[in-house]
Design a binder for this molecule. Structure first.
Ligand code: SF4
Ligand code: SF4
Length: 185
């Protein structure tokens, strides 16, 4: 996973996270579908390759195309990937534990928080507002900034790709930071 050479996070961000009282209770709710798409884990190609290295699984065994496809002018495409699910749960959830904890994607590392243009948003989570915080707010803040940077870099790669490559017609493809990839499921 890219590290971006970042070692300190803005104190205001750290403070806001600390004040949220977040302590993960390992309830597994964020890895389980509560409403359609609620536990979708969007991942970039580098994140999938990290899980491949850690688990020995293939790309296709880990992820599938982001399900909201775009159809226009004979083209059929989507942007990026999501981790497979089985019975409405992430395939890496076992007994409410993440079996790829060391290699888990940014979205999982930073849940329930997300930075959008440096604004902090918080998703519903059973671990918020605890009296004693067991998580490290500085580490979460650093991971949030790294995640935002990773997502920006991936978007920029895709933007540049689409300036030079044409999306083909008649075949389903997935567009990610590595290229335009045919996908046959
Ligand atoms: S992050 Fe929140 S929802 Fe997810 S397992 Fe921890 S407490 Fe549960
Ligand atoms: S990768 Fe791990 S933390 Fe992320 S949704 Fe799957 S089981 Fe949960």
């Amino acid at each position: 996973m890219p590290e971006f050479g970042l070692t300190t996070a803005p104190p205001t961000l750290v403070r806001t996270i600390r004040e949220s009282g977040f302590s993960c209770t390992c309830c597994g709710a964020c890895c389980t579908e509560s409403e359609p798409g609620s536990n979708r884990v969007m991942v970039g190609p580098e994140e999938i390759r990290q899980i491949m290295d850690g688990t020995g699984l293939s790309f296709e065994e880990i992820a599938e195309p982001y399900p909201e496809r775009i159809h226009d002018d004979g083209r059929d495409y989507t942007f990026g990937w999501v981790i497979h699910q089985k019975e409405n749960k992430c395939i890496f959830l076992s007994k409410n534990r993440c079996t790829i904890y060391e290699f888990r994607p940014w979205i999982c590392r930073t849940y329930p928080f997300v930075l959008d243009n440096n604004q902090l948003h918080t998703h519903p989570c059973n671990g918020l507002h605890k009296k004693q915080m067991t998580e490290n707010p500085h580490q979460i803040a650093l991971d949030l900034i790294k995640r935002q940077e990773y997502e920006h870099q991936d978007e920029e790669k895709i933007r540049k790709l689409l300036m030079t490559k044409t999306i083909p017609t008649g075949i389903p493809v997935v567009i990610d930071g590595e290229g335009i990839k045919e996908y046959h499921g």
